[in-house]
Ligand binder design. Structure first.
Ligand SMILES: [Ca+2]
Length: 215
């Protein structure tokens, strides 16, 4: 069944690809803190992309996470990172923040584009990689102060202005740094979005397929 859904989705996407597709990307820089409830990462756009003036905000749902900082930190580590260790040189842990790994719902994404004039809203998955720099299989002091992050994005059909009637998919890649031992962190990433006109019935089918792919 899932294979069939994917085949339909690919066909639908191919159909849409014949229609006009809009590619939009930007550099994001901002910060946030997993100790805040809910963890909210937000910032502006750096020069270089299609959006240079505006803002982005990612909110990670934290229902059920302890509020006590020590318990909260331990809960996040035990739930999202500790089960996902890969040995290597160096080894690494990958924190998967999505509904398949314990989040009650997908994280939300909001983008304000003051360059083209419009807004986008969506959901995303988030993967944060932490290196085990001394390869001992234990998280040591300093190992969590920098790492890489990435994820998949779905832009839902609730855009305004330039993005009115559009939906699509995308991804992002970047890094985070922390002034350890504080938990406040800075994110730098590039986000790449492929958007289609989802305002007509034909594209509604592909929108349904896109949603099915990510369920
Ligand atoms: Ca280590």
């Amino acid at each position: 069944m899932r294979a069939l859904v994917i085949v339909i989705a690919v066909l639908a996407l191919a159909t849409v690809a014949c229609a006009q597709e809009t590619f939009i990307w930007f550099f994001g820089e901002g910060n946030g803190d997993f100790m805040d409830s809910p963890p909210t990462f937000t910032g502006a756009m750096d020069p270089g992309g299609d959006i240079v003036d505006g803002s982005w905000t990612i909110v990670i749902p934290d229902d059920g996470w302890p509020t006590d900082p020590v318990l909260r930190y331990q809960h996040i580590w035990d739930t999202f990172y500790a089960p996902n260790y890969t040995a290597g040189t160096p080894g690494y842990w990958k924190g998967y923040f999505d509904t398949s790994h314990g989040l009650p719902e997908m994280s939300s994404l909001d983008i304000i584009d003051d360059t083209n004039g419009g807004t986008m809203t969506g959901i995303l998955t988030l993967e944060i990689q932490v290196e085990d720099t001394d390869n001992d299989g234990e998280l040591d002091e300093g190992e969590f102060c920098a790492g890489s992050l990435s994820g998949l994005v779905i832009i839902i059909r609730e855009g305004t202005g330039f993005y009115d009637g559009m939906c699509g998919t995308g991804n992002f890649f970047g890094t985070y740094t922390k002034a350890c031992p504080t938990t406040y962190e800075t994110w730098n990433f590039g986000m790449y979005l492929w958007l289609d006109d989802c305002s007509t019935p034909v594209e509604n089918i592909s929108w349904g397929a896109i949603k099915a792919l990510y369920q």
